[in-house]
Design a protein around this ligand. Structure first.
Ligand code: IFM
Length: 463
C-alpha cells in the first residue's frame, strides 16, 4: 500500500518565527506565455520546444498560464491565499532581446507592473534572475559554454537591479545551476539539449562564475538580500558496503555540493574528479586563478529547492556518477517518480545550516506533481495527497528550525499548474488548478490548506 511517510512527530512541531515569509514560486518560461510579446527576444526554450520529440505531447511554453496578460488576477489569487512572498523569475530575453546591449523597456515594464502589483497586495517580491531561459541569441554565441557569459549575465543583472531594485525584496542569481548543466548539457533533456559531460563541466563552472560576478555587480549597486538557489537531494547509501558509501558521497558531491561548496566555501568537492575525469580541472572547466574568489562572493541567503531524496547503490553503468536509485516500496512516489520523503527536507536544512556556517535559508521550492482530478468537480479540485505532502514537509521545516536552522521563508512549488519543461503540461504541481483551454484557475484543497497554515503562521500544523 502506498502511503506518505510519517517519520515526523507532529507534537514536536511548533508555530513559525514571527515574520516568517509564506510564499509560492513560479518561473517565467513556465507560466508567462507570450514569449515574443513587446519586443522580447526568443529563449532557448522557445527554440527547444520546436525540436520534434523534445517535449512530451509536442507541448510548447507559448501560452502556458497566460500569466503575462493575467498577472493581476494571479496576484489577486495570491492575496486571497494570504501569501506574504512571491518568487518569480525574470526572462532575460524580455529585458535584453539579444542577451546583451539594447535594453527593451517594454519587457522591463512587465516586471515593474508585476512588482508594483505585489507590493500593493502586501506581498514581498523575490526575483530570480535566471530560471533556465537563456536568450537564444546568446546560445548562438556559445551560451553557458562561453566564458564571456559571466559578464553578459552581470550586465543583465545590473539592468534588473537598477530597474526593479526599489521594489524587489530579495534576489537570487541562478535557479538550480546543477539542473542547467546536467539536464541541458550532459543529459540533453532540457534546453539547449546538448549531450557532453565535458560541456556540462564547463557550463557548470561558467554558471558559478556568472553567479559570483552578478553578486559583485549587485554589491556595487548597493543591492541587499542577494542569494543563490540550489536543488538538494540527500543521497542515502543503500547499504554499508564501501562501494555504496563511496557512491553516495560521489552523487552528493555531483548534485548537491558542486555549486554550493564553491559558492559558499570557495572549493570544488574533490569527488568531482571521479565524476568528470581524473584530470578534471585543467581539461574541462578551465578554472583560472582568481575564479574561486569571484565565485565565493559573500551571500545573504541560500535558497533550497527540495523535492525528494535518493537511496543509491553502486551501478557503474549509470552515468555520470554510477549512482543507481533503489526504489523504496511501499513509499508514495509522485507523478515525476520522486519518492515522497519529508524528513529529507529537515535533513537538508540542518545540513545546509551546519555546512555553510549558519547562513539564512529559504525553502525556495517544495511540492509535488500528483494525479489530481483532471478538471474541477462542482467547482472543486480535491488533492488530498498534496495536502498531506505540504503538511508533512512544513512540519519538517518546523523541526529543522527547532534543530537550529535559520529558515526564513517557505515557497510552495508552484502557485499554478504550469509548463513542466520536457514533461509539457502533463505534470501538475499547482496549488491552483489551471484549465489550459479556458485559463480558468481553481484553488485545489491544498491551496485552502496552505491558506490556513499561513493564517495561523503554521499553528494548524500542530493539530
Ligand atoms: O518545475 C521545476 C522548476 O522549474 C525547478 N525546480 C523543480 C520544479 C519541478 O520539477
Amino acid at each position: 500500500m502506498n502511503r506518505l511517510n510519517e517519520t515526523l512527530d507532529p507534537s514536536r512541531t511548533a508555530a513559525f518565527p514571527e515574520g516568517f515569509l509564506w510564499g509560492a514560486a513560479t518561473s517565467a518560461a513556465q507560466i508567462e506565455g507570450s514569449p515574443l510579446a513587446d519586443g522580447a527576444g526568443a529563449s532557448i526554450w522557445h527554440r527547444f520546444a520546436r525540436v520534434p520529440g523534445a517535449i512530451a505531447g509536442g507541448d510548447t511554453p507559448d501560452v502556458a498560464c497566460d500569466h503575462y496578460r493575467r498577472f493581476r488576477d494571479d496576484v489577486a489569487a495570491m492575496r486571497h491565499l494570504g501569501l506574504t512572498a512571491y518568487r518569480f523569475s525574470i526572462a532575460w530575453g524580455r529585458v535584453l532581446p539579444d542577451g546583451t546591449g539594447r535594453v527593451n523597456e517594454r519587457g522591463l515594464d512587465f516586471y515593474r507592473r508585476l512588482v508594483d502589483a505585489l507590493l500593493e497586495a502586501g506581498i514581498a517580491p523575490f526575483a530570480t534572475l535566471y530560471h533556465w531561459d537563456l536568450p537564444a541569441a546568446l546560445d548562438d554565441r556559445g551560451g553557458w559554454l562561453n566564458r564571456d557569459v559571466a559578464g553578459w549575465f552581470a550586465d543583465y543583472a545590473t539592468v534588473c537591479y537598477r530597474a526593479l531594485g526599489g521594489g524587489v525584496r530579495s534576489w537570487a542569481t541562478i535557479n538550480e545551476p546543477w539542473v542547467v548543466s546536467d539536464g541541458g548539457y550532459r543529459a540533453g533533456v532540457l534546453a539547449p539539449g546538448r549531450r557532453s559531460l565535458q560541456e556540462a563541466a564547463r557550463a557548470a563552472h561558467h554558471l558559478l562564475l556568472a553567479h559570483g560576478t552578478a553578486i559583485a555587480a549587485g554589491r556595487a549597486e548597493g543591492v541587499r538580500e542577494l542569494g543563490l538557489v540550489v536543488n538538494i537531494e540527500p543521497k542515502h547509501p543503500a547499504s554499508e558496503r564501501p562501494e555504496d558509501l563511496a557512491t553516495a558521497r560521489r552523487a552528493d558531491a555531483y548534485m548537491n555540493r558542486q555549486f554550493a561548496d564553491p559558492a559558499l566555501l570557495g572549493v570544488y568537492p574533490e569527488e568531482l574528479a571521479e565524476v568528470y575525469a581524473p584530470d578534471w580541472q585543467p581539461t574541462w572547466a578551465e578554472v583560472r586563478p582568481g575564479d574561486l574568489e569571484t565565485i565565493r562572493a559573500p551571500l545573504d541567503w541560500l535558497g533550497i529547492n527540495y523535492y525528494t531524496r535518493a537511496v543509491v547503490r553502486h551501478e557503474p553503468s549509470v552515468e555520470p556518477d554510477g549512482a543507481g536509485r533503489v526504489r523504496q516500496e511501499p513509499h508514495l512516489y509522485t507523478e515525476t517518480d520522486w519518492e515522497v520523503w519529508p524528513d529529507g527536507l529537515r535533513e537538508t536544512l540542518v545540513w545546509a545550516h551546519r555546512r555553510y556556517g549558519g547562513i539564512p535559508l529559504a525553502v525556495t521550492e517544495n511540492g509535488a506533481a500528483l494525479a489530481d482530478p483532471p478538471s474541477p468537480v462542482g467547482g472543486r479540485v480535491d488533492d488530498p495527497l498534496r495536502v498531506a505532502y505540504l503538511r508533512d514537509h512544513l512540519r519538517a521545516v518546523a523541526q529543522a528550525i527547532r534543530e537550529g536552522a535559520d529558515v526564513r521563508a517557505y515557497c510552495a512549488w508552484s502557485l499554478l499548474d504550469n509548463f513542466e519543461w520536457s514533461h509539457g503540461y502533463a505534470k501538475r504541481f499547482g496549488l491552483l488548478h489551471v484549465d489550459y483551454t479556458t485559463q480558468q484557475r481553481t484553488p485545489k484543497s491544498s491551496a485552502r490548506f496552505y491558506a490556513d497554515v499561513i493564517a495561523s503562521n503554521g499553528a494548524v500544523l500542530t493539530r
